[in-house]
Ligand binder design. Structure first.
Ligand code: SF4
Ligand code: SF4
Length: 378
């Protein structure tokens, strides 16, 4: 069976909207299972309960999911759109860049399917394939590093030449042999800008991110109350966090891309109005974020995050709306975080209302939040 010329593969990928690719074989990733298992045991992935030790070990060998796999094409689709100005007429939150537009899972799978079809046409035979995006069944960053698509930065992300870390990753696993690429040499050198910038101290030397402290985890995956000590450090982020990418010199030097699939549909998909997030209906949430990654956090999660962001950035002018949220929001999680936000903005001004509300509130979580922000003086 003939295989594909490497240069021709690049051209086909480009035609399918995939800017960068790297190729590696489908051999197991030596030591990766043990490394991930050790991180799970050390609590560094706490909160990602679905990523068990068993799944970690499974993900270290691509042939566990595709027994006849021979090669993996690591695909990179950049998503750094032109900057959008944030109007300052009212408090707004910030959404991580990758979530401004369409859900990347669907977009990347579609582009990999097109590449797969091109490959079959080019070679004239059937190719068995798997199309993987952001799944616990394979470690896409490990594939990207071994295939030379990019190299691991100290922010634990893959840095792709010309694009930095503003790149979405996918894996096209195929049962044909393709000439593999060499891994790239890491280029962080003595730079520690991402570690220094991380607002919560989640990034640590040794290419480690403490998931339970990472704002991306807190705003998206965490379903319950956000730890009090981390809330003031979260700034205006309401979905994800780009701080450790924005300070990276390689990412800063990346060119902007034009890709309609990743452009923000409207300002509320980029810098959403915090007051609106706190009062939006389920129908408004679904209408605004349909087909985007933001749906993952659900209406209650996004409103909870908005309460924290408003607490961190609002003024006394926001206390009346927060009072209304504490009194009437249908989700106790949101009412409790709104009480925190009032105290964060102006504890003295908020105290009489919160004391009164403590006497009326029946939910234990909300009562506990009010007690805590009033210094147990309720
Ligand atoms: Fe830190 Fe934000 Fe990066 Fe998480 S995403 S490691 S919180 S800078
Ligand atoms: Fe590496 Fe510096 Fe970029 Fe962090 S900010 S990933 S240390 S180059």
């Amino acid at each position: 069976m003939t295989s594909i010329d490497r240069q021709r593969l690049n051209e086909l990928a480009h035609d399918c909207g995939i800017a960068s690719i790297g190729v590696t074989n489908a051999e197991p990733f030596d030591g990766l299972g043990d490394l991930l298992a050790a991180r799970i045991k050390a609590g560094q992935l706490r909160g990602l309960d679905w990523f068990t030790e068993e799944r970690a070990r499974f993900s270290a060998d691509p042939r566990n999911l595709h027994a006849t796999a021979r090669s993996i094409i690591s695909v990179g689709v950049p998503y750094r759109m032109a900057p959008v100005a944030c109007p300052d007429d009212e408090p707004r939150g910030t959404i991580s860049r990758y979530a401004w537009g369409d859900d990347y899972h669907r977009t990347l799978k579609q582009r990999m399917r097109e590449l797969h079809a091109c490959l079959e046409r080019e070679l004239g035979y059937v190719i068995e394939a798997r199309f993987l995006v952001d799944t616990a069944r394979i470690v896409d960053r490990a594939v990207a590093a071994r295939s030379g698509l990019g190299w691991y930065g100290k922010n634990t992300l893959i840095l792709v030449p010309g694009h930095g870390s503003w790149v979405l990753l996918g894996d096209l696993v195929v049962d044909i042999e393709i000439e593999p690429d060499e891994p790239l040499r890491p280029k962080c050198g003595r730079c520690t800008a991402c570690i220094d910038r991380c607002p919560t101290g989640a990034l640590q030397p040794g290419y480690i991110v403490e998931t339970p402290r990472c704002i991306s985890y807190l705003t998206i995956e965490c379903r319950g109350a956000i730890p009090h000590e981390l809330r003031p450090l979260m700034g205006r982020w309401v979905f994800g966090c780009d701080d450790c990418q924005e300070v990276c010199p390689y990412t800063g030097a990346a060119s902007t891309d034009e890709d309609a699939d990743f452009e923000g549909r409207a300002l509320d998909n980029i810098y959403p109005r915090l007051r609106w997030l706190l009062t939006m209906t389920e129908a408004e949430f679904r209408e605004t974020y349909r087909g985007t990654p933001v749906l993952r956090t659900k209406r209650a999660g996004l409103a909870r995050n908005a309460a924290i962001a408003l607490g961190n950035s609002g003024s006394d002018a926001d206390l009346a709306l927060l009072e209304q949220v504490v009194q009437t929001h249908d989700v106790a999680l949101v009412r409790g975080h709104a009480a925190w936000a009032m105290a964060r903005i102006d504890g003295a001004a908020a105290a009489p209302f919160l004391r009164n509300q403590f006497a009326q509130e029946l939910d234990e979580f909300v009562r506990g939040e009010i007690e805590q922000v009033l210094g147990c003086s309720a």
